[in-house]
Design a protein around this ligand. Structure first.
Ligand code: SAM
Length: 297
């Protein structure tokens, strides 16, 4: 894969190419406030022409060490990193990253099942996300920007007698480390044709918490460019890298950076709601992909 092309505008950079080469060529060291990395998981998914399966765990981890090391070099001394991995690989990522960052949270993204229930084991209903910072004494965390409704005493209008001066329970709180956010479904407006698109709500919480307007967010495995799209909406700069041309095209369109690509008009996904046995053909296909993914997790 030789292509390495930088596109976009002054606030949103889209790089078509391999993450290692792109990080070396296009991202200065110590220039990034927030890293969000959602790499291929080594579980056999197909992303366009790329097949997500390394010959061995060691080969996969060797590659992960290479991109993680590069990404960490790009972080500012006040920077933060959120790294996703499959449940089976996350322990390795954790061991590697805890030597290089201060890990502040081990987040569980908990989601609804695809409807296909495991019968002979406990089906996978979550993906892990590691949150670490370069300097535990100096990092961005905008607690007020991400508060959620506190469901305990405040809803019942109870008084908290643990306080020196008893007062009503707070009705808002910083979310804990289990985040229940639905996966991206075909009928959602944000849906693109990609096997592991992440929800905007998930990325929004990360970007709001760990960056400020004008900061730079880096996503070395951009897929449908969810991170860049949310960064743009929230007034952050972003750099997104993606190896597959078909997803770069999605990104350019989603980010409103181009209307055409090499003579081809970039059009939104043409969704079909044709139904078979009460379920649309596209939903059936999506369910099959999700079931495969869950079984592999
Ligand atoms: C898990 S997906 C990311 C999904 C993304 N977070 C989203 O919301 O759409 C991983 C992406 O990494 C891309 N990829 C795989 N190998 C790559 C490489 N060496 N350099 C850059 N991108 C790569 C795949 O094509 C895939 O789109």
């Amino acid at each position: 894969m030789k292509t390495l092309e930088q596109l976009g505008d002054e606030s949103t950079t889209v790089i078509w190419g391999d993450a290692l080469a792109a990080l070396d060529a296009h991202v200065p060291d110590r220039s990034v406030d927030l890293l969000f990395a959602d790499p291929p998981y080594n579980i056999g998914k197909r992303f366009g022409n790329t097949h997500d399966r390394w010959p061995s765990d060691e080969a996969y981890f060797k590659w992960c060490r290479e991109w993680l090391t590069r990404c960490l070099a790009k972080l500012k001394p006040t920077g933060s990193a959120y790294v996703m991995a499959s449940t089976q690989c996350m322990p390795y990522f954790d061991l590697f990253l805890r030597e290089r960052l201060t890990i502040l949270s081990r987040i569980v993204w908990s989601y609804d099942s695809s409807g296909v229930q495991a019968r002979r084991y406990f089906g996978s209903m979550y993906e892990p996300i590691l949150f670490g910072v370069a300097d535990a004494k100096d990092y961005t965390f905008n607690a007020d920007a991400i508060k959620v409704q506190a469901r305990t005493g405040a809803v019942r209008k109870l008084i908290d007698y643990r306080k020196a001066v008893p007062a009503p329970y707070n009705d808002e709180k910083v979310p804990g480390n289990v985040w229940t956010i639905p996966r991206v479904r075909y009928r959602m407006d944000e849906y693109e044709d990609h096997p592991s698109q992440k929800p905007e709500a998930l990325i929004e919480r990360i970007i709001k918490a760990s960056s400020n307007p004008g900061d730079t967010v880096l996503d070395p495995f951009s897929g449908t460019f969810t991170t860049c799209a949310v960064a743009k909406r929230l007034g952050r700069k972003s750099i997104g890298i993606e190896i597959e041309e078909q997803f770069v095209k999605v990104g350019l369109r989603r980010l409103d950076l181009a209307r055409e690509w090499r003579g081809e008009a970039l059009k939104p996904l043409d969704k079909t709601y044709e139904r078979k046995n009460g379920v649309s053909a596209r939903v059936q296909a999506t369910r099959q992909t999700e079931a495969l993914f869950e079984a592999a997790q």
